[in-house]
Design a protein around this ligand. Structure first.
Ligand code: ZN
Ligand code: FE
Length: 255
């Protein structure tokens, strides 16, 4: 039986996600920005929280963990401490580890750069990637703790996933990301199509995720730093992809 995935808004622009295994009734929250909307979503569905899968230590991803653990006595899975301590973690996961949510399997990819501890979760059977603040739709996370080559490497780890996988990211930043991406690739047809779609969705107050990884590969300029046309647009012809990626990230920071 296929898993059920729910998404909802937490805090201002974070996404909350629940993934539920109908076979075992196990339910995981991917990150826990704040407890209240997660509890509401669980109660709406009649689900009980069994696991929290944390991606990284930032407050807007772990703020609800203590309260949820207290209420549900759920297991908390998180990355190894590489930058800051995350409280209440029961199981530490790293590259290649497989975490069970009932009968569902989540593969862990280490995707450092935004933070040193950042991990992403891949549910292959569901074709679902939870990439939190590493990869956004048409964007990527700020590089706070790592460096540009490290972050580029992490994006490449996600880019090799199949085109029909869905990207579930940490924030609703898509509209701002599209605006920036168009400054670099004004003639990218996939990006222009995505821009129209995003305008439509936001006008209807609907989330812009999930998106297909195949579409992101075509439209997300941060996944395209090794495209000669992107380098040319930045007047960096021949530069290596990590340097082009770094320039993109710096321009986005200033935009
Ligand atoms: Zn973050
Ligand atoms: Fe975040």
């Amino acid at each position: 039986m296929a898993a059920e995935i729910r998404l909802f808004t937490c805090l201002t622009d974070n996404f909350g996600y629940l993934i539920h295994d109908p076979a075992t009734k196990a339910t995981a929250s991917i990150d826990a920005p704040e407890a209240a909307p997660i509890i509401q979503a669980l109660e709406r569905e009649g689900w009980t929280l069994t696991d929290i899968l944390i991606t990284h230590h930032h407050g807007d991803h772990v703020g609800g963990v203590a309260e949820l653990k207290q209420k549900y006595n759920c297991r908390v899975v998180g990355p190894h401490d590489k930058s800051a301590k995350i409280a209440n973690v029961d199981l530490r996961a790293g590259q290649g580890d497989v975490v069970k949510v009932g009968s569902l399997l989540a593969r862990v990819l280490e995707t450092p750069g935004h933070t040193l501890d950042h991990i992403s979760y891949v549910f292959d059977s569901e074709k679902a990637l939870f990439a939190a603040d590493t990869l956004f739709s048409i964007g990527c996370g700020r590089v706070f703790e790592g460096d540009y080559p490290m972050m580029w490497d992490s994006l490449l780890k996600l880019r090799v996933l199949p085109d029909d996988f869905k990207l579930y990211c940490g924030h609703e930043y898509t509209a701002a990301n599209v605006k920036f991406a168009l400054t670099v690739e004004p003639d990218n047809a996939a990006l222009k199509a995505r821009a129209e779609e995003v305008t439509r969705l936001r006008a209807a107050n609907k989330p812009t995720v999930p998106t297909l990884l195949g579409d992101e590969k075509k439209a997300n300029v941060f996944l395209r730093a090794d495209e000669p046309s992107v380098a040319a647009s930045l007047r960096m012809k021949g530069a290596d992809a990590a340097a082009v990626f770094g320039e993109l990230r710096e321009r986005k920071n200033k935009s």
